[in-house]
Design a protein around this ligand. Structure first.
Ligand code: G4F
Length: 328
């Protein structure tokens, strides 16, 4: 009989790529969805008949215990969070409840139902914030710069703590930014690729952005979920930086994205002070040597190819008449 996995945040970018990967590997996959929501299964369309959905909420301890009792997984992958950094200043308490304490609830649910269940926790390069060294490794100290980054640091350390306190097989992937055509429209990469397609199709004239000098280590989400799975196949749990080792600015992303459709970004992009963050993370670049050595993992998609594939996918979508628009 195949293994079984339980994924929180299954309808999102990472959850959907991981569900596809695990189903291809013969897993039984259960996904947690919120009862009151009308879950958008668009990203899961290739596999949705093969995923079993259970209701529950990362904010509600009992629902997590019941969901794990019902699904009896071998592995849990925790992606549930308030994951947009920008919103974490306007919803700091919700961010703490979901992104920080949500991890403790998952750990407690595992301890209660079956402490042998293996856990993948989605940690984040946002924990490095005002970076103390370049590139960042598993040993680089954290200095988070947003309520989101602070909450992720809590989630990271509580995972380490339960591993050390209760000998749980709990691992964290300190994932640097990872993108794809399934990225949410609020994140800068998808905001740009969607706007490029809409501008090219004469549905939008300009694109408002905040700090375009910020630079990130941007990889492809489909590559990153493979590293997450590999972490749970190791005999010993550990924490791993997952990154490409290259950093690029938002400005570089704009140049490639607009030129992909023969446009000049300077003709369309406007600066909007309201999109500047109260505290910024200026420069992130990760060193994934440990993942390369221990997991045999490496990224396969270049920055140029990533940007182009996102623009191509949005050009196709907008061309088909699918209209995605975001006002912030
Ligand atoms: O795309 P972003 O919103 O991603 P951010 O803040 O780096 O966070 C993402 O990656 C993290 C991993 O490091 C995850 F943990 C997190 O959940 C999320 O997936 O912003 C990237 C950069 C920032 O410096 C931001 O200030 O783009 C800058 N930016 C400039 N104008 C903008 C905009 N970001 C957004 N979202 N929208 C803008 O208009």
């Amino acid at each position: 009989m195949g293994k079984s996995a339980f994924i929180t945040g299954v309808t999102g970018q990472d959850g959907s790529y991981l569900a596809e990967l695990l189903i291809e590997k013969g897993y039984n996959v259960t996904g947690l969805v919120r009862r009151n929501s009308n879950p958008n299964l668009e990203h899961l369309k290739a596999v949705r008949e093969r995923v079993r959905f259970v209701h529950g909420d990362i904010l509600d301890q009992r629902s997590l215990i019941v969901a794990l009792e019902e699904s009896q997984p071998d592995e849990v992958y925790n992606f549930a969070a308030q994951s947009f950094v920008g919103a974490s200043w306007t919803q700091p308490v919700l961010t703490g409840e979901a992104t920080a304490l949500g991890v403790t609830r998952i750990l407690e649910a595992i301890r209660t139902v079956n402490p042998k269940i293996r856990l993948y926790q989605a940690s984040s390069s946002e924990m490095y914030g005002k970076v103390r060294e370049v590139p960042q490794t598993e040993r680089t100290p954290f200095h988070p710069r947003s309520p989101y980054g602070v909450a992720k640091a809590y989630g990271h350390y509580i995972t380490v703590n339960y591993r050390e306190s209760f000998q749980m097989h709990a691992s964290s992937g300190i994932c640097f930014n990872h993108e794809s055509p399934r990225r949410g429209l609020e994140f800068v990469t998808r905001k740009i690729s969607n706007a490029v397609a809409r501008i090219k199709h004469c549905q939008q004239k300009e694109l408002k952005l905040g700090n375009i000098e910020a630079s990130r280590d941007w990889g492809y989400a489909g590559d990153y979920v493979k590293a997450m799975w590999l972490m749970l196949q190791q005999t010993e749990p550990d924490d791993y930086v997952i990154a490409t080792g290259e950093t690029h600015s938002v400005r570089e992303f704009l140049e490639i994205a607009f030129s992909r459709v023969g446009l000049n970004w300077q003709d369309h992009v406007k600066f909007d002070q309201n999109l500047m963050r109260p505290a910024e993370v200026d420069h992130l670049v990760g060193d994934a040597s440990l993942a390369r050595e221990k997991l045999g993992w490496k990224p396969t998609v270049t920055f140029q190819r990533l940007v182009e594939s996102m623009v191509d996918a949005d050009m196709e979508r907008v061309g088909r008449g699918e209209n995605h628009w975001i006002s912030w």
